[in-house]
Design a protein around this ligand. Structure first.
Ligand code: LLP
Length: 425
C-alpha cells in the first residue's frame, strides 16, 4: 500500500494534491511520500522477529539526503557503492558504523576514505581488491572489517541487466574459491574477516532464487566456521521486487521473504544484514509530468509529455512497465490507447505504448507511478535537459528536497580550452 490515492477526483500524495505541487514547482518533478517510506521501511525491518538483523538501506535506489535521513531516523544503516554515496549517507546522518561499502570497482581513494571513517564493513568482490585493501589499511595503520561477496551462481530470474548472481556476472568471488581466499586473507595484514555477503539481483519476484542462494551461503558459512574462520555476519543483499502495475506476477512481501530467511538462518548464531532499496523507495514516489501535445500519428495517438527518458530511464533501458495515471480523474469514461512519449530525439524515449488511458488534453497532468527507486538516481541531462526537482510530502506539508537544476548550472561546468577562448569573430 502507498499514500498516493484519489480524493474528490484528484490524486494526492498523503494530504497534498499533486496539482498543487505542480503549480508551485512546475513540471516535471518527482514526489516522495514520507508516510510510504516509513511504512515500507518499518514493514521490512520488523519482519524478522527473533533474528539479530540490521537493515542497510541501499542508497543507490534513491539517494536524496532527505530520503536517506528519513530512513536513518527509523534506524536504517546504509549500503553504499561509491565514495559519492558514502558522502551522501554521512551527510544524511547515517553513522559510519552502520555503513556497508559494496561494489566491484572501489578505487584506492574510496577505500582509503572508507577506512579513515571507520565504516562497519567493506564487501570485497575480488582478490586484487583484497590486496589493495590490505595495503591501504596497513598504510593507515587500521584493520579493515571485511566480508567476502560470494557469487553463488544462482539465476535470480529477473531482467538480464539487473541479475548479479550468475557465474558469468562480474560480481563477487566464485563460491568455490571463497575458502582459498579466506585462507589467504588470514595471512594478510590489515584484514579482519567478519563474514560473507551476497546480492543476486534486483526486482526478484520468485522466492526460489533467494532460497537457493541462501542455502548455499549458509552451507559455506558453516564450513568456514568449522575451519575456525570468523563469520559473525552475513549480508544477504537486497533484491525484493515490487508491483509495478497490473502485468506483474505474484510478488514476495517482506513477511514471505522473512519466512525464507527464518527457514535457512534460524539457527545461525550471528548478525544478518539486509540491503533493500526498491522495496522501500519504489512505490514511495511518482514522477509527475504534463502533456505538452496530443499528436495523431498515422497509426497511433501520441501523448507527448514534458518528462523524458533522461528523467526516468527504466522504460527505455529495461523495457520496464510503470503504471501511468491521470492526476485529475475525468468526468466521462472515454478510453484511448496512447503512446506516452517524451520530447527526446530517440524512439526509445517512450514511457508506454498503446496504453489505455482516459481521453487526454494538452495541459493535463499524469503521474508515472513506482518511480521512487532508480528514477531520480538514474537521471541524466541528455538533450541538455536539466535535472528535475524532487519534493517530499509529509501529511499536509510538502518541501522541495532538490531544487530544479538550471541549464546554466550545466553550462557553468564546461569551459573552453585556451585555443578556443576567444569568441568567434
Ligand atoms: N545491494 C547491492 C550490492 C546491490 O547491487 C543492489 C542493487 C541492492 C543491494 C539493492 O537492490 P534492490 O533491493 O533495490 O533490488 N537500476 C535497476 C536496478 C539496479 C539494482 C542494482 N543493485 C532498475 O531500475 O531496475
Amino acid at each position: 500500500m502507498d499514500h498516493f490515492q484519489y480524493s474528490d477526483g484528484m490524486l494526492l500524495s498523503e494530504d497534498v494534491s499533486l496539482s498543487d505541487i505542480a503549480e508551485d514547482v512546475g513540471t516535471p518533478f518527482y514526489v516522495y511520500s514520507n508516510a510510504t517510506l516509513e511504512r515500507h521501511y518499518n514493514a521490512f525491518a520488523q519482519a524478522f522477529d527473533g533474528l539479530d538483523t540490521m537493515v542497510c538501506y541501499s542508497v543507490k535506489a534513491n539517494s536524496n539526503i532527505a530520503v536517506v535521513r528519513t530512513l536513518a531516523r527509523l534506524g536504517a544503516g546504509a549500503d553504499v557503492v561509491s565514495g559519492g554515496e558514502l558522502k551522501r549517507a554521512l551527510a544524511a546522518g547515517v553513522p559510519a558504523n552502520k555503513i556497508v561499502f559494496s561494489g566491484v570497482g572501489k578505487t584506492t581513494q574510496e577505500i582509503g576514505d572508507a577506512l579513515k571513517l571507520g565504516i562497519m564493513q567493506i564487501n570485497v568482490e575480488s582478490e586484487p581488491e583484497l590486496e589493495v585493501l590490505s595495503q591501504v589499511a596497513v598504510d593507515l595503520g587500521v584493520e579493515a572489517a571485511v566480508a567476502f561477496r560470494v557469487n553463488p551462481d544462482v539465476d535470480a530470474q529477473t531482467h538480464a541487466k539487473i541479475s548479479t548472481g550468475k557465474s558469468e556476472n562480474k560480481f563477487g568471488i566464485e563460491l568455490n574459491r571463497i575458502h582459498e581466499v579466506c585462507r589467504k586473507a588470514k595471512d594478510m595484514s590489515g584484514i579482519h574477516l567478519v563474514g560473507l555477503a551476497m546480492h543476486i539481483g534486483s526486482q526478484l519476484t520468485e522466492t526460489g532464487p533467494f532460497r537457493e542462494a541462501y542455502i548455499r551461503m549458509y552451507g559455506l558459512a558453516s564450513k568456514l566456521r568449522a575451519e575456525g574462520f570468523n563469520v559473525e555476519r552475513l549480508d544477504l543483499g537486497g533484491g525484493l521486487g515490487i508491483p509495478y502495475g497490473d502485468n506483474e506476477g505474484p510478488l514476495i512481501g517482506p513477511v514471505e521473504y522473512a519466512k525464507i530467511v527464518h527457514e535457512v538462518f534460524d539457527d545461525f548464531d550471528g548478525k544478518l544484514i539486509f540491503e533493500p532499496g526498491r522495496v522501500i523507495a519504489g512505490n514511495a514516489g511518482v514522477l509527475v509530468t504534463r502533456v505538452i501535445y496530443l499528436k495523431k500519428g498515422a497509426t497511433r495517438d501520441f501523448a507527448i509529455v514534458d518528462a523524458a527518458m533522461n528523467d526516468l530511464t527504466r522504460p527505455s533501458l529495461y523495457d520496464a512497465f510503470h503504471e501511468i495515471v491521470p492526476v485529475a480523474l475525468a468526468d466521462d469514461n472515454a478510453i484511448v490507447p496512447y503512446d506516452v512519449v517524451g520530447p527526446i530525439c530517440e524512439t526509445g524515449d517512450t514511457f508506454c505504448t498503446q496504453r489505455n488511458l482516459p481521453l487526454l488534453a494538452a495541459g493535463d497532468l499524469l503521474a508515472i507511478r513506482s518511480a521512487g527507486a532508480y528514477g531520480a538516481t538514474m537521471a541524466s541531462s541528455y538533450n541538455t535537459r536539466a535535472l528535475i526537482p524532487e519534493v517530499m510530502v509529509r501529511g499536509r506539508d510538502f518541501s522541495v528536497i532538490r531544487r530544479r537544476m538550471e541549464v546554466d548550472d550545466l553550462i557553468a561546468l564546461e569551459m573552453f580550452p585556451a585555443w578556443l577562448s576567444n569568441s568567434p569573430d
